[in-house]
Design a protein around this ligand. Structure first.
Ligand code: NAI
Length: 723
């Protein structure tokens, strides 16, 4: 696990070996500590170099201990790691960390215990514990600010962001960066520092930097963390721990770090976030009804891609592809969109510290479809118009190479209908990105009835290459994410009819932890998007059958509120007014609009609706249970393979707070019998709202004694045909 081999005279080389990421399990930490001690005791050794096996330094503590997948409890792993880092730092001979691949979490804390750090140019360093609902608890919160100062340490610990070697050098986190062999560089460096005094290199004994405005800085950081955390405990605990490095001696700071960790570790939030972590890994293991799966279906290489339509979505997709080093042919009918993409690529290159040309040379802009012929894969992102997309797919099928994959970024349209318009339905899949596509981490891969395993594998793999989490779902209106959004938005609208206001509903959802309440979100995306979809579906506008009442469609309750706002020209932020009022068209700051409140009053009077007081619990339960209920239907129909898929989609694509695990995790945590009973209650009160009718799967799970969510995936395999 930790090999100690003497190399080249006085330099001892220690190699951490625990594939795949050299995780620091309790056993590995103890082993390495022994190796450090014996190297120090060896009189022929003057300096130690510590590196990881297989091209990576260390991915952190052993996450399997965290998940209870091994017998050793996680806290034992943490205390072994603390002892290891202390032993390394206390060593009487210099220890040089040779970092390549990653030094994350406990891996970076170990490196902070070393006296010197050398990094390979491609290495990434960070403390991502906060994303698991925890904090770095092997001294990371105390040593990091002593090395890089408080502003950087606060930001890195509280957000979990990792940094490149170049940024690490600028921050003072590493002493030297090499693009050559990291071990060679570290050995050479070690020889140079073999006789240097170590006192000032031991971070625990170094006084923390004290800028004049330190108190204000720490206070502002705490307030910001509280505001941004939206109820999450870990980011606030991270700031408290780093703050202790300024206010307490090292050992007391370390003790506070341990106490905060002890409070976070058993919390429901940490459990929810760890569930999200594992869920994001489970979803990569896709399978299709015919037996093809992630293991037996190799992806095809994509060495050249094309994007059609460079609007809101297409330009983000093009940037993602370029950033991943994939040459792109970008096609538009509107020339000015090409300029927007160029500017975006230049900004992105600057952000990644690359020359603009390194990105721009990967893009070929065109207004001609014939230039797409050579692409391995095409992503279509033109207007959401089925007839237009079908026409385009038919043309692509004749103009592209016969083996080119044809993908659509449609948000809800029928992928099978697009496939049927081509001569290669097996090479058609949905690649549903989320806005902004170069930022959002989610990709829904929509498998049509005829999509081939290679097409699915290639889309899933491409998503991963673009740095996204790909989730495979089956084809149905709205797929998984947008389909579940419909009952959620609908409930919110019904609540307005019954007496709530947009700001009341949004406040409850934002208190729950959503990045944005449903009405603010709808103002941001534009109310006209849904309006057009409803018009096409015969629910709004001139296509509604004559004689249909304003508040009913196909025998069910319908709220025309959003349609009425659109008819008044209130399309959201873009027009400066929607559910809220903004500073002007394109404004971002939402304020309650008296016009809207009068409008709601008049609407209720017109339809004989007596407004009532609606409490927080009702807002949450009606919105969230209706959404999760649709999730159960999606599972029973096999549109998604398991609750992990739905939860990943919601956390990464829809701003669902990770510390609440996702909608399916949330209802499991509340308790399925309680959720079922509330849905039955609401269903009795609103018999004309089918989305409140509890799904067969929810009933089944309750009848089976509510098995834990970790078992649903397996249960579903046997259940689907019976539900
Ligand atoms: P958009 O209106 O911003 O952009 C569409 C672009 O396609 C325009 O620049 C237009 O000039 C271009 N275009 C239209 N017909 C074309 C053709 N025949 N050849 C080449 N270019 C053509 O639309 P947006 O929002 O980017 O949506 C594109 C697709 O992505 C739609 O299917 C939409 O449902 C989907 N989508 C949108 C999301 C969003 O948040 N906006 C999120 C996820 C998916």
């Amino acid at each position: 696990m930790a090999q100690y081999s003497r190399v080249r005279g006085s330099v001892a080389l220690l190699r951490l070996t625990n594939p795949p990421v050299n995780a620091l399990s309790a056993a590995v930490s103890r082993d390495l500590e022994r190796a450090v001690r014996s190297a120090c005791a060896d009189s022929a050794v003057r300096v130690l170099v510590l590196r990881g096996h297989g091209g990576t330094f260390c991915g952190g503590a052993d996450i399997r201990e965290l998940a209870g997948l091994v017998d050793v409890p996680f806290r034992v792993g943490v205390s072994s790691l603390v002892a290891l880092v202390d032993a390394v730092e206390a060593a009487e001979k210099p220890v040089v960390a040779a970092i390549e691949g990653v030094a994350l979490g406990g891996g970076l804390e170990l490196a902070l215990g070393c006296h010197f750090r050398i990094a390979h140019g491609q290495a990434r360093l960070g403390l991502p514990e906060v994303t698991l609902g925890l904090l770095p608890a092997a001294g990371g919160t105390q040593r990091l600010p002593r090395l890089v100062g408080f502003p950087a340490a606060l930001e890195l610990v509280a957000t979990g962001r990792d940094v490149s070697a170049e940024e690490a050098l600028a921050l003072g986190l590493v002493d030297h960066v090499t693009d050559g062999d990291v071990e060679e560089a570290a050995v050479e460096f070690a020889r140079r520092v073999a006789d240097e005094p170590l006192a000032s290199r031991r971070l625990s004994t170094r006084p923390p930097p004290r800028p004049a405005d330190l108190d204000t800085l720490l206070q502002v950081a705490l307030e910001r963390a509280q505001r941004r955390a939206r109820g999450a405990l870990a980011p606030v605990a991270c700031v408290q721990a780093v703050r202790a490095a300024a206010t307490l001696p090292f050992t007391q700071g370390l003790q506070l770090e341990q106490e905060l960790m002890a409070a976070l570790l058993p919390s429901n939030q940490a459990r929810a976030m760890q569930y999200c972590f594992f869920a994001q890994r489970i979803v990569g293991k896709w399978s299709l009804p015919g037996g093809a799966n992630w293991r037996n279906s190799p992806a095809r290489a994509v060495s050249r891609a094309a994007v059609i339509g460079l609007g809101t979505m297409g330009r983000g997709i093009a940037v993602s592809l370029v950033r991943a080093g994939i040459p792109v042919v970008a096609m538009e009918t509107d020339e000015k969109q090409l300029r927007v993409v160029t500017a975006m690529l230049e900004r992105e290159a600057a952000k990644q510290r690359r020359s603009p040309d390194s990105y721009l040379q990967l893009v070929q802009f065109t207004l001609e479809r014939r230039d797409l012929g050579d692409a391995d894969l095409v992503v279509e992102a033109v207007f959401e118009d089925l007839a237009l997309k079908k026409r385009l797919f038919a043309e692509l099928s004749s103009s592209c190479r016969p083996d080119t994959l044809l993908c659509s970024n449609t948000s809800a349209l029928d992928v099978d209908a697009l496939a049927a318009a081509t001569r290669r339905p097996e090479l058609v899949v949905g690649m549903h990105f989320f806005a902004p596509a170069h930022v959002m981490k989610l990709l829904e891969v929509v498998c049509g009835a005829r999509s081939s395993p290679v097409a699915v594998a290639t889309a899933m793999q491409l998503g991963k290459r673009l740095g996204k989490v790909s989730v495979a779902v089956a084809n149905c209106p709205g797929f998984a994410g947008n389909r579940m959004l419909k009952p959620y938005v609908e409930q919110a609208s019904f609540l307005l009819e019954e007496g709530a206001t947009p700001q009341q509903v949004d406040a409850v959802l934002e208190d729950f932890g959503f990045a944005m309440g449903v009405f603010r979100m709808s103002d941001l995306s534009g109310l006209d998007v849904g309006w057009r979809v409803r018009e096409e579906a015969g629910l709004a506008g001139p296509t509604v059958p004559p004689g249909e009442s304003a508040r009913r469609r196909h025998g069910c309750r319908y709220s025309p509120l959003a349609d009425l706002l659109c008819e008044h020209g209130r399309l959201g932020q873009k027009t400066g007014r929607g559910w809220y009022l903004y500073e002007g068209p394109g404004g971002r700051a939402a304020t309650p609009d008296p016009w809207l409140h009068d409008f709601l009053d008049q609407y209720r009077r017109r339809h004989g609706l007596r407004p009532r007081r609606i409490d927080q619990q009702e807002v949450l339960e009606r919105c969230l249970y209706a959404l999760a209920n649709e999730g159960f239907r999606i599972l029973e129909e096999g549109v998604a393979a398991g609750p992990e898929d739905i939860d990943t989609i919601y956390v990464l694509g829809y701003g669902w707070p990770a510390h609440r695990g996702g909608p399916m995790y949330h209802v499991a945590a509340v308790g399925l019998p309680a959720v079922l009973s509330r849905l039955e209650h609401f269903r009795r009160l609103h018999p004309d709202v089918p989305q409140l009718r509890p799904s067969a799967l929810l009933r089944h799970l309750v009848a089976e004694g509510s098995p834990p969510i970790s078992r649903w995936r397996e249960l579903l395999k046997g259940l689907r045909s019976q539900l």
